[in-house]
Ligand binder design. Sequence first.
Ligand code: NAD
Length: 351
Amino acid sequence: MNSPLRIALIGAGNMGQQHYQHLQSLAEATLCAVADPGPQAAGLAAQWGVAYFADYRQMLEQVRPDAVIVANPNTLHVSTALDCLAAGVPVLLEKPVGVHLDEVRELVAASKATGVPVLVGHHRRHNPLIVRAHELVHSGALGRLTTVTALWQLRKPDSYFEIPWRREPGAGMLLTNLIHDLDLLRHLCGEVRQVQAITSNAVRGFANEDCAAVLLQFDNGALGSLTGSDAVAAPWSWELDSGENPVYPHQTDQPCYLLAGTGGALSIPQLKRWHYADAEAGWHQPLLPVQESFSGDDALRLQLQHFVRVARREVEPLVSAADAARTLALIEAIREAAQTGRACAPTLIEE
Ligand SMILES: NC(=O)c1ccc[n+]([C@@H]2O[C@H](COP(=O)([O-])OP(=O)(O)OC[C@H]3O[C@@H](n4cnc5c(N)ncnc54)[C@H](O)[C@@H]3O)[C@@H](O)[C@H]2O)c1
């Protein structure tokens, strides 16, 4: 049996602490150091019984971890990950992979050149219910995928915006929240050929959008829409409906994604599939519901287990830097479409 993988944590804020909790539950990995210049971090490292560094570069040199989790602010993601790759250390990099495609291209190239893997933290792809939904769509259970409806409609409390950067450009709900939904749509439904979009900040009046309506055309011909707002008293979002994160009250009966094909339809996260008994039937015949099953497990914990295997070069990352860059390219296309009023295609990213 392998000895536990020694993982260092760069950025011990809200997300870094969640990673630590999950790391504690794994036998195959152990925390070996914390690097974070913030005021709480030294205390956390002492409490967790590991070495503390304000500067992650010193940590890389002195501790030589087997792998790192990077959960620092978005603008530092690429530079931090590049330093880790240069030191030969595999990275679990929180989403978004970066804030601009140019810098992310550099990261994709560095991971390829060094052969050191990067796994990007689009953790919802590891959720067993998404694994099952992916199987269903790709097994042809829905026939030819035709229409996709995605909803992200909830209310963030006003206190959320008391932290200044959350009101400023770069921290809008597209890059912070809808990036998760768009990543899942790519994962489940395929690459997006072009988008049209309208965004608005009419409710909160901050620099960032608080409402977005996006039209999507997928490469496979399916058409979709994503309607998002962080300022509405509504129950339709992955956060509330999936029950993935216990900090949000679980709204068990409401879907956030509806996928429809020529042979059937699927509501997510309920995993309720609809089909006709006779494939040729139409709207006068009853649609039959089937409750698809999956075994629930924690997506962040499963992501960490996968990362241990990625770091040991046993498997390829489920979400590579190039894959995550395609989700970022989609966000950039949506922004451009909203600004210009034109249909825009995401930039192509090579592996
Ligand atoms: N996967 C998800 O669902 C999810 C959810 C929340 C946040 N995130 C991502 O996690 C990352 C962190 O978000 P958060 O909510 O934990 O923020 P946070 O502000 O709570 O934590 C960020 C931490 O990084 C530290 N930091 C700042 N500069 C640093 C540096 N140079 N080196 C090391 N550490 C540094 C800060 O001191 C702080 O402790 C973001 O990229 C965010 O997008 C992902």
